[in-house]
Design a protein around this ligand. Structure first.
Ligand SMILES: [Fe+2]
Length: 286
């Protein structure tokens, strides 16, 4: 398997527009920056504990209007946490907009994940230790892309360890024949009873099915082509998580920024999951 990761040694978040790196990203590879500056102050180090989580919350989330959810600590630390997450969001946005100025980014909330991956309790379907592509039960995206920027801020240099699987085209070729037929009646019903926030399109249906089929195939999980990558503290990595087959094996203290973007703002829309699936199926899916 051609390497699914591209290491980039730049030392500033504002980088040059670079077609090779964009092509790598849009073909489903992970681009990895190990030298970007992101200092964590002594006060911010106090935030690196699962004890700051509110009861029954797994993550802290910072909305685009800077409302913090999921954290419980004194006002001074809440303010520090808001600033830490804002600083990451600003840096992540600088990185992506300087790399790919055409991208019309829609910024989602920023998340901070202080729970140790090995301790997380997740359903089979929600288990991120299993190789998958991102697709969401409640939030159809109608072909919009999911771009994610991650940073490991572990204070003890404990890596966040990922598995990265085979290219999306191989995933689609392996599993499309197992996808159940799309039902527009069922999609309308799910929307009507508010299980989905908008109508699930055929594209969304197929992506969700691929996500589930991959996770439930234990033979595939063990035997699919894959690499294991440790992302050490300070590492920043970026991928289209609706395209890159990925899973997280271990680690603690990570921040993540998600963006959605329309297919039309990609540099190579033909390498998107939408184009790959439409090609194999022989019709435009939306
Ligand atoms: Fe994921």
């Amino acid at each position: 398997m051609e390497s699914q990761i591209v290491n980039i040694g730049v030392k500033e978040w504002k980088i040059n527009h670079n077609y090779d790196w964009i092509n790598a990203l849009e073909s489903g590879k992970v681009i990895h920056f190990s030298n970007l500056p992101f200092n964590i102050s002594q006060t911010e180090k106090k935030l690196l504990s699962p004890l700051i989580l509110k009861k029954n919350c797994r993550n802290v989330s910072l909305s685009t209007t800077n409302q913090l959810k999921g954290a419980e600590c004194d006002a001074y630390l809440l303010d520090a946490l808001t600033n830490l997450m804002k600083r990451f969001r600003q840096n992540a946005t600088t990185l992506i907009t300087s790399l790919a100025p055409n991208y019309k980014l829609e910024t989602s909330p920023t998340s901070f994940r202080p729970i140790q991956v090995e301790d997380r309790k997740q359903s089979y379907r929600g288990n991120d230790k299993l190789l998958h592509i991102d697709a969401f039960t409640t939030r159809p995206n109608h072909g919009k892309r999911i771009l994610r920027v991650f940073i490991n801020i572990n204070p003890n240099n404990i890596p966040r360890v990922w598995r990265i699987g085979e290219p999306f085209e191989n995933v689609a070729n392996n599993f499309l024949h197992k996808v159940k037929p799309y039902s527009s009646w069922q999609a309308s019903f799910l929307h009507k009873i508010k299980i989905t926030k908008s109508l699930r399109s055929e594209y969304d249906h197929i992506m969700l099915q691929l996500h589930d089929i991959m996770k439930f195939d234990s033979n595939y999980q063990s035997n699919a082509e894959q690499i294991i990558i440790p992302f050490y503290s300070g590492s920043v990595w970026v991928c289209f998580s609706d395209q890159t087959s990925h899973s997280v094996l271990s680690g603690q203290f990570m921040m993540e920024q998600t963006y959605n973007l329309p297919l039309s703002s990609l540099y190579n829309p033909d390498s998107s999951p939408f184009a790959i699936l439409s090609n194999i199926i022989g019709k435009k899916l939306l």
